[in-house]
Design a protein around this ligand. Structure first.
Ligand SMILES: CC(C)(COP(=O)(O)OP(=O)(O)OC[C@H]1O[C@@H](n2cnc3c(N)ncnc32)[C@H](O)[C@@H]1OP(=O)(O)O)[C@@H](O)C(=O)NCCC(=O)NCCS
Length: 204
């Protein structure tokens, strides 16, 4: 476990009818990431949920394997009534939303019965605060173009910088958000840049 500064953000309060606590992800929380990673896999309406064995795919497991032991690993978790209900985390990995070696990539999910109640927005605000305090300048992600989460990300300041096909032929947006003072830099600076090999699945 790497030494880290004190948490920059902690939220506790009534939120859309539920009591929510949002705090930094700690070592004891890491086992929950497996479930949150599974919940982050986008399932288009009418399609069956993927088999959980998908989590063993190295292109998927890279989002959580050994989390907490790699420089820059950072996340936040939401709890309600003592139960983890969502998490957002960032990691420097060559994942689907890879921009460059200096930009952490986002993964986020809220468990289904708590979606659409503002928990994801709270998680993202907390993660942005933690990342900015840690000196990060931007964060990237990949999301399937037909995932309603695209609107969520745009509302939070992410901008589309590229479009790419995943292994299954789905179109994904590569999105970037500038953090802190770097927010003044337009995401247009990224358009047309080379992002290396277009990456794969249906992870978002
Ligand atoms: C995306 C997600 C993290 C947002 O968290 P949330 O708590 O539902 O979000 P909030 O309530 O703060 O904001 C609502 C927004 O989330 C998005 N959203 C809501 N339900 C969603 C769902 N089932 N799937 C994807 N996005 C959803 C919408 O953009 C919505 O905005 P809108 O009402 O203007 O359309 C959460 O819905 C989720 O886990 N979805 C499934 C997994 C996923 O798609 N993860 C992103 C992979 S890139």
């Amino acid at each position: 476990m790497l030494c880290r500064p004190p948490a920059a953000y902690e939220y506790r309060g009534w939120h859309n009818g539920i009591v929510v606590i949002v705090r930094r992800l700690e070592t004891d929380d890491y086992p929950f990431l497996q479930e949150f990673l599974y919940q982050a896999i986008y399932v288009p309406p009418g399609e069956p949920a993927p088999d959980r064995s998908l989590l063993r795919d190295p292109e998927i497991s890279v989002y959580i394997d050994g989390f907490g032991h790699q420089l820059g690993d950072l996340g936040v978790i939401a709890e309600s009534d003592g139960r983890p209900i969502g998490a957002a985390w960032a990691r420097r990995i060559p994942g689907y939303g890879h921009i460059d070696a200096n930009t952490p990539e986002l993964a986020i999910s809220v468990i289904p019965e708590f979606r659409g109640r503002g928990v994801g927005t709270k998680l993202m605000g907390a993660l942005f605060t933690e990342l900015t305090a840690a000196g990060e300048h931007r964060i990237s992600l990949s999301v399937q173009t037909d995932n309603p989460a695209v609107r969520f990300y745009e509302r939070l300041g992410f901008q589309v910088v590229n479009e790419q096909l995943d292994h299954a032929g789905h179109e994904d947006f590569l999105m970037v958000k500038q953090l802190g003072s770097a927010q003044r830099t337009s995401a247009r600076d990224w358009r047309g840049a080379s992002f290396g090999a277009a990456v794969v699945p249906n992870s978002a």
